[in-house]
Design a protein around this ligand. Structure first.
Ligand code: 13P
Length: 242
């Protein structure tokens, strides 16, 4: 059985105070229909400790947005698995295109971060996806297959989430058609030895497209950026109509 996971990626937004305000509204808007769907908030490091205390025992789980491959060391600005685990974090995003584009993340470092996450008891959410130029050149499939080939060696697929995030659809309002996302996610699944890996779609997910996205048979959830910052908007997304 594939798990459904709806995750918000807050990126570099949300102070502690804003996170608490968000939670107050968001929690009261989650409907019973959510059932076994898992809800994850991938918050900035500074908000994780407070959120963990506030969410303790509830249905919302916590994710971080980065993890270093060592358990500790002289790596200014980085964060380690044991540090995240200690405060109750369950998931960590790895290889997001913004990390690849602005912070020199490569497939090699993504692979090291994935394996570190699993080593320290966190479930990684690996992001893959093609740029506009790659799609226009007809290279989308090859790019994604190569990312998976480089990112996944040594990674346990029993404890993994993958997000298909076409770069051209991130923060642009331009969504990948649900049927096209479904097709690419099917291709991603065909590359895995565990067909039960949860594979999300990410890229301009909004209340007005989530229902259609979640109706696709290969899509097991969403990784939501901008629309996860507003509690009512994100609540509508997690309450999607199946
Ligand atoms: P948007 O939902 O803002 O397009 O961002 C998607 C994303 O990058 C999630 O990780």
């Amino acid at each position: 059985m594939r798990k459904i996971i709806i995750a918000g990626n807050w990126k570099m937004y949300m102070t502690q105070a804003q996170s608490l305000e968000f939670l107050q509204v968001f929690k009261s808007e989650i409907e019973e229909r959510v059932g076994t769907r898992e809800i994850v908030l991938c918050a900035p490091f500074t908000a994780l400790g407070l959120l963990s205390k506030t969410l303790h025992g509830g249905i919302i789980r916590l994710g971080a947005q980065n993890i270093h491959w060592e358990s500790e060391g002289p790596y200014t600005g980085e964060i380690s698995g044991p540090m995240l685990k200690e405060i109750g974090v369950n998931y960590v995003i790895v290889g997001h295109s913004e990390r690849r584009q602005y912070f020199g993340e490569s497939d090699q470092t993504a692979n090291m971060r994935l394996r570190a996450a699993q080593k320290y008891g966190l479930t990684p959410i690996l992001c893959v996806g093609e740029s506009k130029a790659q799609r226009d050149a007809g290279d989308a499939e090859e790019v994604i297959i190569n990312q998976l080939k480089s990112d996944l060696p040594g990674v346990n697929q029993q404890d993994l989430v993958i997000a298909y995030e076409p770069i051209w659809a991130i923060g642009t309002g331009e969504t990948c058609a649900a049927t096209e996302a479904n097709r690419v996610i099917k291709l991603i699944r065909s590359q895995l030895y565990n067909p039960d890996v949860t594979i999300q779609y990410g890229g301009s997910v909004k209340p007005d497209n989530i229902d259609e996205i979640m109706q696709q048979n290969e899509i097991d959830g969403a990784l939501v950026g901008g629309a996860s910052l507003d509690p009512l908007t994100f609540a509508r997304i997690v309450n999607y109509l199946a």
